[in-house]
Write a protein that binds this ligand. Structure first.
Ligand code: 13P
Length: 339
């Protein structure tokens, strides 16, 4: 295990002005995204779509790393360059999703546990050979009446910690992602309490497994009102609640906190990140993004599966990447949207 390399990779992922593109949708999930633009999910269409994102000229100014799916990390650009090489040639760190998805948790209705630990050591070693220097594992926690259960939080944080230890053994930085879903009628206070509880359990599990925090990136949800709540917190309230939540539960040794967007509109996801970075309070970690939908929605709509729309899709992607890059240093302003 090379601690120095792990630390340098993690710092590079959370470098100011840049953030992570989550382009690791599984084949069923990218199929759902393609359905919205009436595009068939063939292997070639998936490759062409990822190609347009990864070859967008200048994306490396705002994007520090890209999370790929197993199929994508083995694919190549139009000119034959393998995607991981294309990325590292422009100073973007290649990453890989390694979990095998969230499955129903036996005995706990409505809750899930993420699978994929079996054989993970061997898969990580292969991914390292393919160029991956960081990985992602997503756990899913639901807020509801009497949810989440202790069991759900316990098994998911335990799995995240075992995954993280295996990654570091392979010199791969683990992104640990305990996603508390934003769906539901709950208040921002409930989201706050649940997020503090889950993150506290996560860092206890990581400590038990001797995970090197300086070589780890946290990918959390923001603390928001449930999407179906009648009382929606303001951007400032979200920023304040989210940062306070981390001050109470995320050790200062963690170099970067890179948010998921979780179904927020792309502009709101940018505004929230920007407001957090503008808060005048102690923030010992970098606050950045690891967005999927919030970085890709506009690009996907512009593309529509047509080669003739590639340039328009790339410019939509670069625009969102630029706005979010600015938000990582509190430098985003609404006027950027029309610039
Ligand atoms: P969203 O930003 O679309 O939530 O996706 C991020 C991600 O990678 C979830 O695992």
């Amino acid at each position: 295990m090379n601690l120095e390399q792990l630390e340098m990779t993690a710092q590079g992922m959370a470098a100011p002005g840049r953030g992570i593109l989550a382009a690791d949708e599984s084949t069923p999930t990218i199929g759902k995204r393609f359905d919205t633009i009436n595009t068939e999910s063939t292997e070639e269409n998936r490759r062409a779509y990822r190609d347009l994102l990864l070859t967008a000229s200048g994306m490396e100014e705002y994007i520090s790393g890209v999370i790929m799916y197993d199929e994508t990390i083995r694919q190549s650009s139009d000119d034959g360059t393998p995607f991981p090489q294309l990325l590292s040639d422009k100073g973007v760190i290649p990453g890989i999703k390694v979990d095998m998805g969230a499955k129903a948790l036996a005995g706990f209705d409505g809750e899930k546990v993420t699978e994929g630990l079996d054989g993970l050591r061997e898969r990580l070693s292969e991914y390292y050979g393919l160029g991956a220097r960081f990985a992602k594992w997503r756990a899913v926690i639901t807020i509801g009446e009497d949810l989440p259960s202790y069991a759900c939080v316990d098994v998911n944080t335990h799995a995240l910690a075992r995954y993280a230890a295996l990654c570091q053994e392979a010199d791969i930085v683990p992104i640990v992602e305990p996603e508390i879903l934003m769906d539901g009628e709950h208040t921002i206070e409930t989201s706050f309490e649940t997020t503090v509880d889950v993150l506290s359990a996560l860092f206890e599990a990581l400590a038990d497994m001797d995970v090197f925090l300086e070589g780890t990136i946290l990918k959390p949800n923001m603390v928001l009102s449930g999407y179906d709540s009648s009382d929606q917190a303001s951007v400032e309230e979200v920023a304040e609640a989210t940062v306070t939540c981390f001050q109470r539960s995320v050790p200062a040794a963690v170099p970067g906190i890179c948010f998921l967007s979780g179904g927020q509109s792309d502009i709101l996801a940018t505004e929230h990140l920007n407001a957090m970075n503008q808060l005048a309070t102690e923030k010992p970690w970098k606050l950045s993004f690891s967005y999927g939908r919030a970085l890709q929605a506009a690009a996907l709509t512009a593309w529509r599966g047509e080669a003739s729309n590639v340039a328009a899709a790339q410019s939509a992607f670069l625009h969102r990447a630029k706005c979010n890059g600015a938000a990582t240093i509190g430098g985003y302003a609404p006027e950027m949207e029309s610039a």
